[in-house]
Design a protein around this ligand. Structure first.
Ligand code: ADP
Length: 460
């Protein structure tokens, strides 16, 4: 954590000291329950809570606070700085510390694979540099500045995930973090409901390019690349990655193993190397290629890149393969949108091999006007995917179930079951499964599809 002085706060935020009993802090916190001794508390007004209500509690451990409402009684022995907007001050403080360190800041955005790619990049850059990253998916206007505040003198690279669900959000995150390197993993349909069109989703992601020294883009994503070509003013270095050449970074000889996959990594001007990944799926090879491109742009040799990628062990609930007796569960319940559903279904059928592939899928949310059509499309895809059973969970997925039945006309397609929610599916799942099955569990976060997993295995 950054060491913060009162002078830093005043310089970064232009606030006014209303109580001064100390000069410096060991870090920042916005949560009175987890604040550490000596930390600076920033009282943020959120949707559900107002940090000002917890000021007293926060200042038991914390050494000072930034507030936008003067407290009725000033705490004794603590610093209090008053500003106009505490959220803005958190962002200004993070920006202030970022600008003090002239190091590569790598920002990752995209519709799918942000967290995975960020973690893989961190593994790769850690082979050479002292690197930090945002934890979990602290990737928004609050999480990103908090992550930046982890920077300490001596850190050589920071890797940050940037999330968005509206135009202008990535631009604002970039103003705070001033990334030198930017990655767009892909453009899918996540948040299309709120943004209104696929072009708007693409435009919102491409905001990341403004001011970058190096951009790493998915050359397989034609829609993304078409949008990039529209942007004529990008003057930085462009590196593309793709599952096949020609691209600056690409893979060949992709093989599937019990642990994940192996492939030959090719980097233009950087040679070739064998890579073993501990995670499954072509989409993870694509994420690894993005991470390799970042590593290469930072001067890391291909063998170190390969060893960094081999060190990545996966993230919970992201295509996590779990064995329960003789049933193989793919816990992919972290999130879903149409493009990640397509990828995961393809990998489910491949992993199932000669066994039965069971797709237990929950509603895809945040698609608004696109929701009906996207669920129907998915239903048609499932009908011809090779899955033996389709368990549809939720009202929207019920439409996909209807479409799947229609498309397969009662023949050749998967058997279909529908449930209202994950809890209902959990209670009945063992009446559907058999030993030897491979089961994909996936849906939007709010569907909490991981609950279905609790029902698997008990009757075996
Ligand atoms: P994000 O941070 O963008 O939500 P994650 O890395 O957390 O993405 O992965 C969430 C899910 O998205 C994974 O479980 C997987 O199903 C899917 N996914 C990951 N990477 C990709 C990719 N490159 N293309 C398509 N789907 C992907």
């Amino acid at each position: 954590m950054a060491h913060i002085t009162v002078d830093d706060i005043l310089e970064a935020t232009g606030g006014e000291v209303i109580a001064e009993n100390g000069t410096s802090f060991s870090g920042v916190s916005i949560d009175s329950r987890t604040i550490g001794a000596g930390d600076l508390f920033i009282a943020i007004r959120g949707e559900h809570f107002d940090g000002h209500d917890f000021l007293e509690q926060a200042l038991v451990e914390g050494s000072g606070a930034i507030v936008q409402m003067r407290p009725p009684a000033l705490p004794r022995g603590r610093v209090v700085v008053c500003v106009q907007d505490t959220l803005r001050s958190l962002q200004e403080l993070a920006h202030f510390f970022r600008m003090k360190q002239d190091i590569p800041v790598v920002a990752v955005t995209g519709s799918n694979g942000k967290t995975t790619t960020k973690e893989m990049i961190h593994c790769v850059v850690s082979t050479r540099f002292r690197a930090v990253k945002n934890e979990g998916n602290l990737n928004n206007h609050i999480g990103l500045p908090l992550s930046l505040m982890q920077l300490e003198p001596g850190h050589e690279v920071i890797v940050l995930e940037m999330g968005m669900n509206a135009s202008g959000e990535i631009r604002r995150l970039c103003e705070i973090a001033v990334p030198s390197h930017g990655v767009i993993t892909n453009i899918g349909s996540a948040h299309v409901g709120r943004l209104g069109s696929y072009e708007a989703v693409r435009g919102a992601k491409l905001e990341i390019l403004e001011g970058l020294k190096t951009a790493v883009l998915n050359g397989d994503d034609e829609f993304l690349m078409a949008g990039f070509r529209e942007i004529r003013e990008f003057s930085g270095r462009l590196l593309t990655f793709a599952m096949k050449g020609p691209a600056d970074v690409y893979a060949s000889h992709v093989r599937y193993t019990d642990e994940g996959s192996r492939f030959t990594l090719h980097i233009r001007g950087g040679g070739n190397a064998d890579v073993s990944l501990n995670v499954h799926g072509d989409f993870n090879v694509s994420n690894a290629l993005a991470a390799a491109a970042v590593g290469h742009s930072l001067g890391i040799g291909i063998q170190e890149i390969a060893s960094g990628l081999a060190a990545y062990k996966g993230c919970p609930m992201r295509f996590e393969v779990i064995k329960k007796g003789r049933i193989t569960i793919i816990n992919d319940s972290y999130n879903a949108n149409p493009s990640s559903m397509r990828e995961s279904l393809k990998e489910l059928v491949r992993l199932a091999g000669t066994g039965r592939a069971i797709a237990v899928l929950g509603d895809m949310r945040e698609l608004s006007a696109f929701s009906k059509e996207e669920h129907r499309d998915l239903g048609r895809l499932i009908a011809r995917s090779g899955a033996a059973v389709f368990v549809a969970v939720g009202a929207r997925m019920a439409a996909a179930a209807d479409e799947s039945l229609k498309a397969s006309d009662g023949k050749n397609g998967p058997a279909v079951f529908t449930f209202r929610d994950a809890d209902e599916a959990r209670k009945s799942i063992m009446s559907i499964l058999k030993e030897g099955d491979t089961v994909l569990i996936k849906g939007s976060r709010s569907m909490a599809m991981e609950r279905v997993i609790e029902g698997i295995g008990h009757a075996l």
